[in-house]
Design a protein around this ligand. Structure first.
Ligand code: C2O
Ligand code: CU
Length: 537
């Protein structure tokens, strides 16, 4: 079947990619200074120079519901409220990521990053995703792009999850599929009610087509999906959290460009694709004018393989959320490390800041395997230009400020332990020595039970950020020790460096059916480092 054929393609790509890299190293690309990242000599280089911080940070527009509902072709729960209906098209478009350089992207509504969903509890969303990516440009080639959309961090039915387990959910060119997002918290089986403590805030939606996720995300198919329930709306209404005008999503990615301005994606890059230009919300190293007050930033590492360790030139972060969920209380951080797919929801206080503040990545990384050392001062990727008038913002949460209560999964609830080891296989990446097979269940947890999962990086020098769909997991131990405070609550992606081992608890609620867990280094994911779990009745 098509599946098996696609799965073998990487062998072909592998050879092709090596050729491309060798040619690039041979001098097709001129070395650019100021592009931004530490870059190994054998990787292609972006042949454009530009002045950093010369263009404004774009804020993706909010998605608006359509005025006329359509007949949903997905199944929405009836206990979550009356749905709103949305339409998103996937389109090729030309934009300028580097100032003055035209670049083709594939975007939701033709935008890179995609438009932002801002949805509420009690207002589920039916989204019709239509694929217009027929005959689009990809380097020198023309392609038909097959897609699938995953709402990352979402608590949704298997049918609408975008897990690549059912070919019938794929969205082929000229076709559309509907996805039903209930915008709910998991249901506590004892009360029959939704568990407010597990309601998510910061999800992101991105392509998840089997074997091609890395390419499709790299080309632009990613956007934010932000949720607010009554608790979070209350925090905003009481002035504890900034309102929407100062609640800014930031997706950080690294890209490399060909001499014709196109995004250069090297599918042969087995370890993971790196770029040499930092891009924030679709612009290379932009600037952002802020008032002298507090802001909320939802920072997403949307890179293929690059890890980030973020620092500010002045001041510190106050972390209020980790991955999809608000923390129980705000935690001050001087630096924040984010593996691909991880998110940090932070408050930045510009009241007493200097006129310019830089957000920098201080983590060196020279290939897709994973990060090297922290090296100061690092590379600045976003410049905040701070206005003159100091504003009070007295009520916004400070360190320790209460946010979303957390309910810990107790060890007495654990009904079984599963162990997953993530390793390099022969020409691909494996979990417990096996390739991804959408037709094989690697775990069959029973609904309304909790399990202990041991996530083990088998070593060899590679890093693996492990993402589990459907539910948050709670890290109990990391390398045998209590995890750092900010990682001790809910996560949807746990970053494993070489040889790291995480023990996590996870409870399966509300939905039965098939979902996936996988490495979020997208080259590892696309080359089989993915497993299926089927929640059983
Ligand atoms: Cu962000 Cu299964 O993905
Ligand atoms: Cu990996």
């Amino acid at each position: 079947m098509g599946r098996a054929f696609t799965r073998r393609e990487f062998i072909k790509y592998g050879t092709l990619g090596l050729g491309t890299l060798a040619a690039a190293g041979g001098g097709l690309y001129t070395v650019v200074s100021g592009a931004g990242t530490a870059h190994a000599d054998d990787l292609p280089r972006t042949p454009f120079r530009f002045t950093p911080f010369s263009v404004d940070l774009p804020i993706p527009p909010n998605v608006q519901p359509v005025t006329t509902p359509f007949a949903a072709e997905c199944t929405m729960r009836t206990d979550v409220g009356a749905p709103k209906f949305y339409g998103i098209t996937m389109e090729e478009a030309v934009t300028q990521i580097i100032p003055g350089v035209d670049t083709r992207i594939w975007g939701y509504n033709g935008l890179y990053p995609g438009p932002t969903f801002r949805v509420k509890h009690g207002e589920p969303a039916v989204v019709r995703f239509t694929n217009h990516l027929a005959n689009v440009h990809f380097g020198k080639a023309q392609l038909e792009v097959h897609t699938l959309v995953h709402n990352h961090g979402g608590h949704q039915s298997s049918e609408s999850d975008g897990s690549p387990v059912d070919p019938a959910r794929e969205i082929h060119p000229h076709d559309f599929k509907d996805f039903c997002y209930p915008n709910m918290a998991p249901i506590n089986p004892l009360t029959g009610k939704q568990e407010t403590s597990d309601f998510a805030s910061t999800q992101w939606y991105h392509d998840h087509f089997m074997d091609e996720t890395g390419r499709n995300v790299y080309m632009g198919l990613a956007g934010f999906y932000l949720l607010a329930d009554e608790l979070e709306q209350g925090l905003v209404a009481n002035g504890k959290l900034p309102a929407e005008a100062r609640d800014i999503p930031l997706v950080i990615q690294d890209k490399v460009f060909a001499s014709d301005g196109s995004l250069l994606f090297q599918p042969g890059e087995f370890d993971g694709v790196l770029g040499d230009v930092y891009v924030v919300n679709g612009k290379a190293r932009p600037r952002f004018h802020v008032d002298r007050r507090k802001y909320r930033f939802r920072i997403l590492n949307g890179a293929d393989a690059r890890w980030l360790e973020l620092r500010l030139s002045s001041g510190a972060f106050l972390q209020i959320g980790n991955d999809s969920w608000l923390l129980p209380y705000a935690i001050p951080r001087t630096s924040i490390r984010l593996a691909p797919a991880e998110r940090a929801d932070v408050i930045l206080d510009f009241r007493d800041a200097p006129a310019e503040v830089f957000l920098s990545n201080v983590l060196e990384q020279t290939d897709g395997r994973g990060p090297d050392e922290v090296k100061l001062p690092g590379t600045s990727i976003l410049k905040f230009i701070v206005g003159a008038n100091r504003q009070a913002d007295d009520k916004i949460v400070g360190p320790g400020g209460q946010l979303r209560p957390h309910i810990a999964i107790s060890s007495t609830e654990i009904v079984r332990t599963r162990r997953f080891e993530f390793d390099r296989g022969d020409g691909h990446w494996v979990i417990n020595e096996r390739d991804f097979d959408p037709n094989r269940d690697d775990a069959t947890p029973k609904i309304n039970t909790a399990e202990r999962w041991i996530l083990k990086n088998g070593g060899g020098g590679w890093a693996h950020p492990i993402h589990i769909h459907l539910e948050a997991h709670q890290v109990q131990r990391f390398n045998g020790r209590v995890p750092p405070l900010h990682n001790s609550f809910k996560k949807d992606t746990t970053a494993l460096g070489p040889d790291d081992e995480a023990e996590v608890f996870i409870k399966f609620r509300t939905f039965t059916g098939k979902y996936v867990f996988h490495c979020h280094n997208l080259q590892h994911e696309d080359r089989a480092m993915m497993g299926v779990f089927e929640v059983k009745p």
